[in-house]
Design a binder for this molecule. Structure first.
Ligand SMILES: *[C@@H]1O[C@H](CO)[C@@H](O)[C@H](O)[C@H]1NC(C)=O
Ligand SMILES: *[C@@H]1O[C@H](CO)[C@@H](O)[C@H](O)[C@H]1NC(C)=O
Ligand SMILES: *[C@@H]1O[C@H](CO)[C@@H](O)[C@H](O)[C@H]1NC(C)=O
Ligand SMILES: *[C@@H]1O[C@H](CO)[C@@H](O)[C@H](O)[C@H]1NC(C)=O
Ligand SMILES: *[C@@H]1O[C@H](CO)[C@@H](O)[C@H](O)[C@H]1NC(C)=O
Ligand SMILES: *[C@@H]1O[C@H](CO)[C@@H](O)[C@H](O)[C@H]1NC(C)=O
Ligand SMILES: *[C@@H]1O[C@H](CO)[C@@H](O)[C@H](O)[C@H]1NC(C)=O
Length: 705
């Protein structure tokens, strides 16, 4: 320990002699301004203190994965009195007290670390009753902030607040008619901020990023013109701030050296098929016959199904159901010879009465209620226990089940679903210092590491790919691939295909650089919500220009348009999957940049063109790697699409028409079905590949008159 401290002091000293950048503290009377390299971090005055303490209680009530957080704040105490401030090179220490409560004293510390960031935290110097705090850091009126994990509604988060609490994302997600209907049926409507994957972090247009290092419930509020406020369910915080002249260098890197996604998953399409061996094979043959480039069949009901009042559901007992899927093992072997994988499904819950439930229950590996009994939670028509992933023994047990029941069966991957439902009256039987609320937010990354550990045991990193929905701080270490969860099968901005673009951009800026989505959405509710042919095909043409292309039949397959619904769809879908497969060498490079350097596969325009002010406000368009601009169709019935061409030295060529344009500014292009609005960089090393795609897939392109 002592050695580490000496080392750190030495490094701080070394660095500060090497760099001109300086952490400075200016004290004028009762005012304190702490800055780094001219950038103001906070500006404390007695009227606008950097920290305010409070006392509160909260209930986090769960209903089908949606949480209602009810708060009662009984005391608010500004930490407004400067006791003393000291500094030395690269380090600032400020002791603060309160004019309201003379007992309380805290120390606020900021240090500049050689690893290239400012670390800031507070300690309580006295015993105190406080369990809430508000932290205010400086902001500029014209500053933009992005990230916050997988935020679906707003790209620039300024002007809104974002609770950091993993949950279902909600059906509808706005005050629209769908959200209102689902609100009446249950509390499933969602809000603009409800998300499976919130992160207590953001990236600012002022060339810094900020990451909080804990799992507390918090609210990041970006509404005020001159400060960002962080309301935290705790009396201390710890954060890191990174500064860099280039936005690209501010994206959190993956800290675990995961092997990149394998070739098989970025080439061709993953087909969602179910309802038994025969039906799966029938649709596979149909797809193959039509020329669909299939990378894998994804079978979510491989463990069987159960009838509930909500209809047909997957049976949550994660082992091959040999009566429902006779010969699945041989099917897997046979398909492997054709270069086609089989993927399945799992989540961290076990249905009451199943064999795995009984085993986990007997071992004490399920989360417990206050009486110490296995907690049974209502998942809509049945009860299930939660594998106690906080307990490392239970987590290892589950990782080994994944190896035995899934990897050893020959599966190439699975949807690692859920992870958001942990209630605050559920307890681990393992050891932790975390509160139930912290466990709730920590659970998704424990679930990710449970999956990744299974790959360790089996030695299958870089071959087998689990894909995750829930996430949070630390999840990117163990997650190969995310997906955007359950969108409505509609065109709504709040919860339709458009929201997956915003989700990918914010998630990418939060350090999870590869994600994908259910083609055409998931949540179906006839007659209001049913997937149209147009939505299916528009989503599929957008998925061509993402790392992974995967279908989903939706929760009511018969009500939705599917790739097999008619011959024309099958033909069009086959062409799109071939296009995606042809693009694979470029996709490989894009995905490798993610795994090597954290570069988001789908990046916001400003990440490549930060000098161009217009590129900062583009919410529904992205860069697929450095050389492709993609502007997916997000409205029904479009015949043309407006594309923002960034300023800079490069010219851009329309993939289909060949028109060459340069920015900054908007251009309009025709978008017949199957010909999405895509431009490539003139002079790209990949231009021959893009030209080949234009030649081989562009024959049917007819521009609008
Ligand atoms: C340290 O604090 C003193 C007193 O406020 C101030 O004059 C000086 O500039 C500070 N130095 C740094 C490096 O912040
Ligand atoms: C939390 O729930 C308890 C028990 O129902 C209730 O007494 C208390 O008022 C609730 N607190 C809040 C902040 O809603
Ligand atoms: C949905 O409910 C909200 C709140 O009750 C209301 O303000 C809004 O107008 C409703 N929206 C629709 C489309 O009915
Ligand atoms: C967010 O900040 C704004 C401006 O200070 C304030 O009006 C609003 O009440 C805050 N929202 C929350 C949820 O704290
Ligand atoms: C910005 O990031 C680059 C790449 O990581 C690094 O080489 C450079 O030193 C950073 N600049 C500063 C000021 O930290
Ligand atoms: C899918 O595309 C890849 C890459 O172009 C190709 O090697 C493979 O043969 C194709 N498979 C099928 C079944 O078309
Ligand atoms: C297998 O799946 C069938 C069909 O869904 C179901 O009826 C049966 O109970 C399942 N068997 C087991 C052992 O899970």
């Amino acid at each position: 320990m002592a050695d580490a401290r000496v080392m750190r002091a030495f490094l701080v000293l070394l660095l500060t002699t090497l760099t001109k950048a300086e952490l400075t503290q200016l004290v004028i009377g009762e005012e304190i301004i702490v800055s780094f390299d001219g950038h103001e971090i906070f500006h404390h005055t007695p009227e606008n203190p950097v920290i305010t303490f409070g006392v509160g209680t909260a209930n986090y009530t769960e209903d089908h994965g949606m949480f209602d957080v009810q708060e009662d704040i009984v005391a608010v105490v500004p930490i407004d009195r400067l006791v003393r401030a000291s500094n030395r090179t690269g380090s600032v220490r400020i002791t603060l007290g309160s004019t309201v409560d003379p007992e309380v004293e805290i120390r606020l510390t900021a240090d500049w670390y050689v690893f290239g960031y400012i670390g800031m935290f507070n300690n309580l110097m006295t015993h105190s009753p406080y369990n809430r705090m508000w932290l205010r850091l400086s902001a500029d009126a014209d500053e933009k902030v992005f990230g916050g994990g997988e935020q679906f509604t707003y790209f620039n988060l300024r002007g809104h607040h974002f609770p950091i609490w993993t949950s279902e994302q909600g059906v509808g997600r706005d005050a629209g008619i769908i959200a209102n209907i689902t609100d009446i049926e249950g509390d499933a409507g969602g809000e603009y901020y409800t998300t499976y994957w919130p992160e207590p972090s953001f990236v600012s247009s002022k060339h810094y990023s900020l990451v909080f290092d804990d799992y507390n419930y918090m609210v990041m509020n970006f509404s005020a013109p001159n400060y960002h406020e962080f309301y935290i369910h705790d009396n201390s915080f710890m954060l890191r701030m990174y500064f860099n002249e280039t936005m690209m260098n501010l994206i959190p890197k993956r800290s675990n050296y995961l092997t990149p996604l394998p070739d098989w998953i970025i080439t061709g399409a993953i087909l969602s098929l179910q309802r038994g061996t025969q039906e799966v094979l029938d649709y596979y043959e149909l797809a193959k016959g039509a020329g669909v480039n299939v990378s894998a069949l994804w079978i979510q009901d491989w463990s069987g199904t159960t009838e509930t009042i909500f209809g047909h559901r997957v049976y949550w007992n994660w082992q091959w159901n040999e009566t429902y899927y006779p010969g699945l093992d041989e099917v897997i072997t046979g398909l492997a010879q054709e270069g086609v994988g089989v993927m399945a499904y799992i989540n961290p819950y076990l249905i009451e009465g199943s064999t795995l439930y009984e085993e986990a229950d007997a071992l004490g590996f399920l989360m417990a209620d206050a009486q110490g009994e296995s907690y049974k939670q209502d998942f809509g028509g049945f009860l299930a226990g939660t594998v106690d992933l906080v307990n490392s023994e239970a987590r290892d047990w589950y990782s080994n089940k994944i190896v035995e029941n899934m990897i050893n069966l020959g599966l190439r991957g699975w949807m690692a679903d859920f992870g958001e439902y942990t209630r605050t009256d559920m307890f681990t039987r393992g050891y932790t210092t975390e509160t139930p609320a912290q466990i709730h937010n920590h659970f998704p990354s424990l679930w990710a590491s449970c999956n990744s550990y299974a790959l360790n045991i089996a030695g299958k990193h870089g071959e087998v790919v689990p894909f995750m929905r829930s996430g949070g701080r630390g999840s990117n270490r163990d997650t190969y691939l995310a997906w955007a969860g359950d969108q409505n099968v509609d065109w709504s901005l709040a919860d339709g295909v458009a929201s997956t673009i915003v989700a990918a951009l914010n998630l990418g800026l939060s350090g999870m650089c590869v994600t994908h989505f259910d083609i055409g959405g998931y949540t179906t509710q006839p007659p209001v919500l049913q997937r149209s042919k147009e939505l299916f095909l528009r989503s599929a043409e957008y998925a061509v220009f993402t790392p992974v292309m995967r279908t989903h039949e939706g929760n009511k397959p018969k009500a939705n348009h599917q790739f097999y619904s008619d011959e024309d769809t099958l033909q069009q879908f086959a062409r799109l999957t071939q296009m995606h497969a042809r693009l694979a060498p470029y996709t490989r490079a894009v995905v490798d940049a993610c795994f090597d350097a954290g570069t988001p596969a789908q990046a916001p325009m400003f990440l490549y063109f930060e000098e161009d002010p217009g590129s900062w406000d583009i919410q529904y368009q992205y860069m697929f790697g450095p050389d492709l601009i993609v502007a997916p169709i997000i409205h029904k019935g479009e015949e043309s699409q407006t594309v923002y061409i960034p300023g800079g030295e490069d010219s851009w060529q329309h993939l289909w028409e060949g028109v060459i344009v340069s920015g900054p500014g908007e251009v309009e292009v025709s978008v017949p079905l199957g010909y999405p609005a895509v431009f490539y960089r003139q002079g790209s090393a990949w231009a021959p590949l893009f030209q080949e795609i234009a030649r081989d897939f562009g024959a049917g392109f007819v521009p609008r008159a």
